[in-house]
Design a protein around this ligand. Structure first.
Ligand code: NAP
Length: 331
């Protein structure tokens, strides 16, 4: 049983607590919130015994073996580093850190402490994704990839009115690239890790990217990926090869139903599972890898997280986006 504490009380924490309780390999033993009241409300809903409003004190609790971190992006590295310092393994929400430097430090620190860091990302752990991976080779030489992940933000209206929700600030390492296009990057690099160049063309409002197009160049093909928080569009993934195309319905983060269409042939349904609990599969797989001590799989996930954060870093630099975390040592 993984005895875990949570950080942050946004809706993703609630969804992850549900997933952890559903897959029965976790026991959520504590909740940290800066507000005792908020923490208690969440704890009551899920029968969690302990609530802390002091992170350092929570980290001294020896019942806790793992910490799940869903604070704003700019605080991921700091919260993770502190948890590792206290001998806890960590599961950190996407994007794993605010920049590449933070990731490298965290990885080295975890290795030195013989502790694990997992990035909480849905895509890699979904049964549908495995099916897609198995069929990519039937497309022949890939030439073009398109993805669209457009998720109109519930906080966009307040941002337009002049407020500064965390996710729309450089201070909290927000923006469409870090929040949304990161899913497209995970999807792409899990299939095709070895790209050559990254170009990011953002729509900037009040200094932050509210949407943008990420172009990733490979030796012999190109991926073009839209990530938006400020408009509404149809989400999909399309991998186009010389022998045919593979189309995935809906948001890349959810890895929905997928279809293979070979040249001059009718589409074949690869998987028609349209809606399922992506967080359940994510948390279940992390528990399995941890319990089975599957070091090779762990290292391959960590290497994947490294490629994704390096790609984000290159995209940010290409677009001239600079976060507060990039200007100082955070860990
Ligand atoms: N995998 C997914 O599908 C998914 C979906 C949504 C979000 N996420 C990720 O989850 C993380 C949290 O996202 P969110 O939208 O919930 O972010 P958020 O609303 O900005 O913050 C999350 C929580 O962190 C705490 N917090 C906020 N500001 C803080 C500050 N200045 N200092 C310390 N703690 C602070 C708050 O909890 P307290 O007030 O209780 O302390 C808040 O509920 C992000 O990294 C995001 O990328 C992932």
């Amino acid at each position: 049983m993984i005895k875990i504490a949570t950080v942050g009380t946004g809706s993703i924490t609630e969804q992850l607590i549900q997933a952890m309780q559903q897959c029965r390999e976790y026991e959520v033993v504590a909740i940290y919130s800066r507000s005792l009241e908020k923490g208690k409300k969440l704890a009551e809903r899920y029968g969690v015994a302990k609530v802390y409003d002091d992170y350092q004190i929570m980290l001294k609790d020896s019942e806790i073996h793992f910490v799940y971190i869903a604070s704003p992006n700019s605080l991921h590295a700091k919260h993770a580093y502190e948890a590792l310092s206290h001998g806890k393994h960590v599961i950190v929400e996407k994007p794993i850190t605010a920049n590449l430097q933070e990731f490298i430090k965290l990885k080295e620190f975890a290795e030195a402490k013989q502790l694990k860091i997992f990035e909480a990302i849905t895509i890699l752990h979904q049964p549908n994704f495995k099916v897609i991976q198995e069929h990519v080779s039937s497309l022949g030489q890939i030439r073009m990839i398109q993805m669209n992940m457009s998720q109109y933000s519930s906080k966009y209206a307040s941002f337009k009115e002049g407020q500064s929700p965390n996710v729309f600030t450089l201070e909290y390492a927000g923006g469409a690239l870090m929040d949304i296009n990161v899913y497209n990057i995970h999807f792409l690099l899990a299939l095709f890790p070895n790209y050559k160049k990254v170009i990011y063309t953002p729509v900037i409002q009040q200094g932050i990217d509210t949407s943008g197009v990420l172009t990733i160049l490979y030796d012999d093909f190109i991926a073009s990926m839209v990530g938006s928080k400020d408009n509404i569009g149809k989400n999909f993934v399309q991998l186009q090869g010389e022998k045919g195309y593979l189309y995935v319905e809906g948001s890349p983060s959810l890895v929905g139903a997928s279809y293979l269409t070979l040249y001059k042939q009718e589409p074949i349904v690869l998987t028609d599972i349209k809606e399922y609990d992506v967080y359940y599969y994510e948390m279940k797989r992390i528990a399995e890898i941890f319990h089975s001590k599957d070091e090779a799989m762990y290292q391959s996930l960590l290497q994947h997280s490294y490629r994704v954060i390096r790609c984000l870093q290159q995209a940010k630099e290409a677009a001239g986006l600079v976060f507060e975390n990039d200007k100082k040592e955070t860990v």
